[in-house]
Design a protein around this ligand. Structure first.
Ligand code: PEP
Length: 279
């Protein structure tokens, strides 16, 4: 086995694979999934696994995964206030009281369908940290923005706005999900090279907002039509630290194959030899 690479520090970034179930799975369906999945996932400790069911199924998921540190539960959204007259909303305090660990914030469906802005998402990111929930902050460009050469501009605007007043310590506890909008639910995955380019850009932007050490420690997931067949190649990229998975996370076998592919690719990545400068 070669010496560990020093041009990045993958050992500091444990892979994180999250299942975003969106508006799918009732409590009994959640139990069915986890009954199968938890048998498969008994040996998945090298990867953090996160399950994000709809609010109504959080309790069922939490009851099934007690005492399994490598499998955690996430909400898919929340309000930023702890309580109040916000009909239909769920608060960070409520999620924390239930022992939810993560919350997905700023998903492109929240941005495009429900009109969430970076300013609103920022309030939610700050509230999540205040209540000790780990945010999974989603960013990503539309196809029009990519074709117009605006990738860097869009990511810079989204990250700067959503992370305002977030401290460096909180930043390290924030997971970024880079999700090109054109790849979500379309079957069209970004190539590994496109994903690496965007992830490196996200890390550069975080370096500018914080410092190189903070940026090196932040985990950046790729999201957009991830499947068992493409996870390995994506995960092999130096700045890809996992995935946020929609459609392919709804079936326990396929989600487990994605977790396994990520774990295997990460093992190879960790043993990669140090490359001479310039290679
Ligand atoms: C998502 O909803 O975050 C997502 C990436 O969906 P899919 O995997 O289905 O493209």
């Amino acid at each position: 086995m070669g010496a560990l690479r020093t041009d990045f520090h993958p050992t500091m970034r444990k892979p994180i694979i999250a299942a975003n179930w969106k508006m799918h799975k009732t409590p009994p369906e959640t139990e069915d999934f986890l009954r199968d999945f938890l048998v498969l996932a008994q040996s998945g400790e090298s990867v953090d696994i996160v399950i994000a069911p709809p609010f109504i199924s959080l309790s069922a998921a939490l009851a099934m995964i007690t005492n399994r540190d490598h499998v955690r539960v996430s909400a898919q959204n929340m309000h930023f206030e702890p309580s109040g007259a916000y009909t239909g909303e769920i608060s960070p305090l409520m999620l924390r009281t239930m022992h939810v660990s993560y919350v997905i914030l700023g998903h492109s469906e929240r941005r495009s369908i429900f009109g969430e802005t970076d300013a609103l998402i920022n309030k939610k990111v700050l509230a999540a940290h205040h209540y000790h929930l780990k945010p999974i902050l989603c960013v990503g460009e539309t196809l029009e923005e990519r074709d117009a050469g605006k990738l860097e501009e869009v990511l810079t605007t989204q990250l700067t706005g959503s992370l305002a007043s977030v401290t460096a310590d909180q930043m390290v506890g924030t997971v970024i999900a880079y999700e090109p909008v054109w790849a979500i639910g379309t079957g069209r995955t970004a190539t590994a090279a496109q994903a690496q380019e965007a992830h490196a850009l996200v890390r550069r932007i975080i370096t500018g907002l914080y410092d190189p050490e903070t940026a090196r420690r932040v985990r950046i997931q790729y999201g957009g039509s991830v499947k068992p067949g493409n996870m390995g190649e994506l995960m092999a990229q130096p700045d890809v630290d996992g995935a946020l998975v929609g459609g392919a996370s709804l079936e326990s076998g396929s989600f487990w194959e994605i977790v396994r592919a990520a774990a295997e690719a990460n093992t190879v990545k960790l043993s990669a030899p140090i490359l001479p400068a310039g290679n």
